[in-house]
Design a protein around this ligand. Structure first.
Ligand code: ZN
Length: 340
């Protein structure tokens, strides 16, 4: 895998990451993943990624807008933008790649001699992450989940990276931030891009900005606001550049109060215990209490059977809700976050 862009020379470089892909209809073909490099003099390198999952759209829209609206003379340093990192998945509007069925964000550090998705992960680990001092990775709930737009972060520790993370969060001033334990998140899953960004010494932040395979307008506004203030804080984007990009003077205002939440309790996640179709009795953004009814799972094969009640194990703010009614055992129906 290689690229058509120059990472080292000043200028706006628009091109592709190229994944060799020799198939029946194209013997010497490659998959062309769009990438933009905006470099202007000395300064930190920021990697902005979207589309790690192919059915999440706030990242691709916000990062496309960034490259189209921001002029090079508003940049100091280097910004590397990959709006749809798992491009085959993006083109298929799918969380996982249609080529190998792999979830890019469960395959880091990847394999140089692996399948297409593993090769993309390997290139990110070996080439893009070592370039980056800071990474902002834009996610959403994809097809199966809808999120209340929120920035996500591991709890900043006493390290230099932890200190920088805390300052960046303060500077971004998102309406809502959800902290999680980096070691315990995703049931111990560590094959995620954030883990390898941190191993490479980069400061990593991400967020969930909507979902349901749509573009959430509030989430998109939050991404553009956060990216602007993130880059301004680092001195990589001028105030004029931020105004061009985010199109609101709010990016220059004093930070508003950020509401902080934690999602470390396993009981905050609600899973289906039986198959069927789920009728929720809660709404995204609602505050629920422990023991409250979350909804009912109906039996798809016996409509006359009493549906199974599902209740919340904990109380908290509903930050995520399943979009699909049909469920199998183990599907996530939603999850909560608790004020901290
Ligand atoms: Zn995602």
């Amino acid at each position: 895998m290689d690229s058509t862009v120059n990472f080292e020379v000043d200028g706006v470089h628009l091109g592709h990451l190229r994944v060799p892909h020799s198939v029946h209809r194209s013997a010497y073909g490659h998959i062309a993943i769009p990438i933009a490099v905006l470099k202007n003099g000395a300064g930190p390198t920021v990697l902005l990624t979207g589309g790690v999952h192919g059915d999440e759209y706030e990242g691709p829209v916000a990062l496309s807008n960034f490259v189209q609206k921001v002029r090079l003379d508003e940049i100091q340093g280097r910004v590397v933008v990959v709006p749809a990192l798992n491009y085959p998945a993006f083109m298929a509007a799918s969380r996982v790649s249609p080529i190998d069925g792999i979830n890019l964000n469960r395959t880091f550090p990847g394999r140089k001699d692996g399948s297409v998705t593993e090769v993309i992960a390997d290139y990110v680990t070996r080439v893009l992450l070592p370039l980056a001092d800071f990474v902002f990775d834009v996610h959403a709930g994809g097809s199966s989940l809808q999120y209340l737009p929120s920035v996500l972060s591991a709890l900043p520790d006493e390290s230099d990276a932890g200190w920088q993370t805390a300052r960046l969060i303060e500077a971004m001033a998102p309406e809502r931030i959800i902290y999680f334990d980096g070691d315990r998140a995703l049931s111990g899953e560590d094959r995620v891009i954030g883990n390898y960004a941190r191993k490479n010494g980069a400061v990593y932040l991400c967020g969930e900005f909507g979902g349901g395979s749509t573009v959430n307008p509030d989430g998109l506004r939050m991404v553009e606001h956060c990216v602007s203030r993130f880059l301004m804080h680092l001195g990589v984007l001028s105030a004029a550049g931020a105004l061009q990009y985010a199109e609101t003077s709010r990016v220059l205002d004093q930070p508003v109060r950020t509401l902080s939440y934690s999602m470390d309790e396993p009981g905050l996640f609600l899973f289906a215990q039986r198959p069927g179709f789920f009728a929720p009795s809660f709404r995204l953004g609602e505050v629920v209490r422990q023991g409250q009814l979350a909804g009912h799972i109906y039996d798809s094969t016996d409509f006359w059977k009493t549906p199974t009640a599902v209740t919340f194990e904990c109380g908290g703010l509903v930050v995520c809700q399943r979009t699909f009614a049909q469920v199998e055992v183990g599907d996530c129906l939603g999850h909560l976050a608790q004020p901290c």
